[in-house]
Structures are given as C-alpha cells and as structure tokens.
Design a protein around this ligand. Structure first.
Ligand code: SF4
Length: 202
C-alpha cells in the first residue's frame, strides 16, 4: 500500500493558505473569478506526483463496482490519447510514463496539448471535478482574477489576459518549495497516465 503524505500534510496546508489568500484578494481591488461549474483549466496539461495519483486511484477504488469500471475506462481512454499526442510530438518522455527524469518542454507544447487534444481531464463531470476532495496540487493552486472564459483554450484572447493575483503567486511559490522537499524522490507524470499506473499499485 502506498503511503500518502498529501492528504495528511499537503492538502490541508494548501487549503488553509489558499483560503486566506483568496479572502485577501477578494477584500481588495481584484476578485477571484474561479467558481463551481467552470472547468476550463481542466483541459490543460496537469502534472502530478505519485502520491497525488495514489489519492485519485484510491478515490476510484472507493466508488461502486459499476462506477469504478466506468472511471477506469475513462482514465484509460484519456491516457491513450495523451500517449498518442506526445508520441506524435516526439517529446515529453516524462509525461508518457511515470518518471523521475526532468525534460524541458517548450511553452508551445502546453498550448498544443490543450488545443490539439481538446479533451477535459477524465475527472471532469458535468463541469465539476468528481474527485474534488482528492484533486491534486496544481488544481488546488490554479486560481485567477481574470474572466473565467479567458482560461478557455478556445478563447481568442492571448495568454497575457489571464491574471493571477500576486498573493496567489506567493502561495504557489511557497507550496512549490514544500513539494520539492516532500516529493523529491517520487515519480511524476501527466494526470491520467499516473492514475492508470497508480491503480495497479494501490
Ligand atoms: S482533477 Fe479535477 S480539478 Fe483537476 S483537472 Fe481533473 S477535473 Fe479538473
């Protein structure tokens, strides 16, 4: 059984920091625009740790047998498309298999992923995250003050229209430092590929 540090330490800490940061932003001149039902950011390339994948795999295992089969099917369909995307682009080894290697990616690859794949995360159901309580760190830290529609990969506006308040950026940086220490020996990869692998281990 995998030992998870995420639910025990990381997620409560992020929740606390983000609640405070969001309250501070909302009390000032900017307003956080993220809300339930907006799933634009769930089309982006999300990279997660092995621990975070294990949390999501355990969430799938807690569902009814019929739902479990459905979730596994969705994960496999998504991971097959992601593998094909990276194979076609001949880059992204660290996303195709759980890996501890570091490979620099051009920013354009992240844009192409959302545009070409045009597939939401398999956990997005009717515009909401079905596994919200177990969502990984990048999803917990992705908060903007620009209009929600600007986050859509189909939207015509340039990326610079997306605004992240300074207070939120400082939380993202602080959490990044903690993650470097907490997960330094772990495997990393794209969300559905990692969850597919973790399902075999939990
Ligand atoms: S885990 Fe949930 S919040 Fe994160 S990308 Fe998937 S659906 Fe969106």
């Amino acid at each position: 059984m995998l030992q998870s540090k995420t639910n025990k330490y990381l997620y409560p800490m992020i929740e606390h920091l983000m609640d405070d940061a969001i309250a501070e932003v909302n009390a000032g001149n900017a307003q956080i625009s993220c809300q339930k039902g907006c799933g634009y950011c769930c089309y982006l390339l999300v990279e997660i740790s092995w621990d975070e994948a294990a949390e999501l795999a355990k969430w799938i295992n807690r569902q009814s047998p019929a739902k479990r089969v459905e979730w596994i099917k969705k994960i496999k369909k998504h991971s097959a498309c992601v593998r094909k995307f990276f194979k076609d682009h001949k880059i992204g080894k660290r996303f195709v298999l759980p890996s501890d290697e570091h490979e620099e990616m051009p920013d354009s690859l992240f844009e192409d992923y959302a545009d070409e794949l045009n597939m939401s995360c398999p956990f997005l159901e009717k515009g909401k995250c079905a596994a919200y309580a177990c969502r990984p760190t990048p999803c917990r830290l992705h908060v903007v003050s620009s209009p929600s529609a600007f986050c859509s990969h189909c939207h015509e506006n340039e990326e610079e229209d997306i605004k992240v308040p300074r207070k939120i950026i400082s939380v993202q940086k602080a959490v990044g430092h903690v993650m470097e220490k907490l997960y330094k020996d772990q495997l990393w990869g794209q969300l559905s590929i990692m969850v597919e692998a973790a399902l075999k281990a939990v």
